[in-house]
Design a protein around this ligand. Sequence first.
Ligand code: ZN
Length: 510
Amino acid sequence: MSYCIYLRKSRADRDNPMCTEAEVLSRHEQTLKDLAFNRGYKIDKIFREVVSGETLAARPQMQQLLSEVEGGMWEGVLVMEVERLARGNSIDQGIVAQAFKYSNTLIITPNKTYNPANEYDEEFFEFGLFMSRREYKTINRRLNAGRLASVKEGNYIGSIPPYGYKKIRLEGKKGYTLEPVPEEAEVVKLMFKLYTQDNRIGMARIRNTLNQMGIKPRNGDSWTIASIRDMLENDVYIGKVHWNKHKVIKSTANGSIQAKRPRQKEYDVFDGKHPPLIDEVTFNKAQYYKSLNPANPAQGTMRNPLAGILICSKCGKKMIRRPHSKCEDYVICPTVGCPNVGAPLEIVENRVIEGIKIWLNDYIVKTKNLKPELKIAENKPIIEQIDKNITKLNNQLTNTYDLLEQGIYNKELFLQRQKTLIDEINKLQTERERLTSEDDANRQKEELKQKLIPQIQKLVDVYYTFDEPSKKNKLLKSVFNKIYYTKDTRNSRISTVKDNFTLEFDAKLR
Ligand SMILES: [Zn+2]
């Protein structure tokens, strides 16, 4: 493996009156050569930046270095300080950080070695933070052109190798490819075999089998269906490489920009240089079985505002959304053979909101004439009576001592009498506690009502201002436990038939 040195003077060097620029550079060169010698690094090239440009565009040596780094030519670059690589603006820093990261090239300074592959290398991470800057996007194109050429050749350009493989540098050439990791490769083969053999099993049972066998995924303790699904559909296992499989999509959430890398539906596939683990027949079989059991399309993003809250009144299952390609989405009961008939989601949703309005009006009318204060303190008079009785009994208890002293009670009678009184006091105290907590519970219920009525009112007012089903869903769940759905008439084209269902609300408030 070979290393190179990058020399560039900084502004501080230039302002140093004690020595000339040439002296500074040659001293740095010696320092880095010593460093390489001590660590056994073989230096094959020295880049000397003689112009003093602050931007990448003004630094031809840096541009040359970067294109070689991107090509994976160097194991590491020796430099006096990280800042010497990119001291200009954040865009330049982003480009540099990205190039080092993708090619997995070390940055070696006399103080510290930065390993971009190590995401826990915080300092590098901070340096690389600039990568998420928006301006980076435009300048990114040049980098991408190089990476695309690399994929077309069949190289692996991802930063993390898929399970079953490790990333290796191509011998004598630029770029990387994949090499099977024997024990992981066996797991990949087993997974495909279980999924496609004659007595095939589903992903959930594959997950259980792997977990029971004590086989661990690379990250984490146990396998998930999602990770198994990802692997079963990854054609890297039949020797392919991809371009644009994960496109970065930026979105704003909570005021900050978040980058997501969802899997693209369309991406370019090329023949990779790495050996396949699975034959194409098996792989295609797996794709066929997988198509029979498609992933929940709503995964991650909720599409049904009634999810988890609309319940089938006939079997108690949560009603689910069934997407329709030709007409509108339906909500249906997931139980096979359940007599409850589904209805268009939008109609059900509208009826839910209408129903809430009616429910709320009824509730307000119903509770208007009740005097809540009374219920809160319903037990107060009884508690007061109990308190009086307890005081009386305590007095009697004190009296027993007098009676004993006066010789009216003998010792036996005294103890018996005392026990009776104490038992009675305890009984009353227990009853007192029960009544007090009943009053407390009523008070809490009343407080909840005070809060929930305006909340339901708000729900009705703002519901349609939300576009996101997940927000609507949260709103509904904040005030209702369940909404029971019943429909006995089968659907036809007549809209009044579609609408022929009943809803029953189970509010958090009663
Ligand atoms: Zn049902």
